[in-house]
Write a protein that binds this ligand. Sequence first.
Ligand code: ADP
Ligand code: MG
Length: 316
Amino acid sequence: MSSTISNVLLCCALSLPLAVAQERIEAFEPHMGTMFRIVLYADDAERANHAIRAAFDRVADLDNKLSDYKPDSELNTACRVAVGRVVTISADLATVLQASQALSEATDGAFDVTVGPLIRLWRRARQTRVLPSPEALAEARRLSGYRKLRVGERTLRVEIPGMQLDLGAIAKGYAADEALRLLAGRGFPRALVAASGDLAIGDAPPGKAGWDIGVDSLNSPDKDFTRTLQLHNAGVSTSGDTEQYVEIEGVRYSHIVNPATGKGLTRRIGVTVVAAKAIDSDGLATAASVVTEQRGAAAAMALIEARGATGYITVK
Ligand code: ADP
Ligand code: MG
């Protein structure tokens, strides 16, 4: 009998360290023109902080590759040198461009990363509050079109000089995925990486079925979240015109462009997508916004579901 009791005591003593709660660690850092946030659970804070440092460094590395703002990013350099000839690109750039081109094919060009010249026109319009001229719009549209972009296994070729790629609709999702992957590889799978509206979500927090994610497609005036999802191992993205838009002559133009017209979306559309990865949710949320303006919310929902994801669409 006494040996049974001591076995029980031993067992309890051994199990004690497992009962110690993991610490929640949170960190913020600005990257890609927004604030990145990492949350993870760890029982070794020092190791966790090293992993977080490496994850942010990985995001910075991706920004150097994928940025359209940085003149010497791999993206901008490749665009200049790949005119009429095939150049080799990094695996990261190839991954993002392949995902982008697949989404362009699936949406008949509603999603299109070659809209860079149009994006720049509308960026200027947001600053000056003057509409782009019809001539400038026509020229920017001439330089756009995903079929003028050839992406191979690890190669890129652009068909005409002056093409400008813009990965603003998909790069943050990929960066969040990559940061999350790095954290898991270092032994911290219970983690979440958020890049404003794009979230890469890992294993659930200790003792929970998932991370509580508040979703509000179009911010309501009281800023309350309209629903809460409990998620793990997923990507979640929200696209909407609530933060970046310009109002000119009574019309509100979003920073998301309808490639069919060259103009910013004018309907107030909010889309949240839950997919397996944030690269997919990010691209799909933007794509579904354009499809909603072009063909309605039902067509956009069909697109999301055809790609194995879940969507929430609000049209005001
Ligand atoms: P946010 O950047 O606000 O998180 P999105 O993920 O929807 O929102 O991305 C919007 C960005 O996508 C724009 O700022 C622009 O860089 C780019 N973009 C705009 N229109 C398109 C489009 N039709 N296809 C692909 N990318 C686009
Ligand atoms: Mg997006």
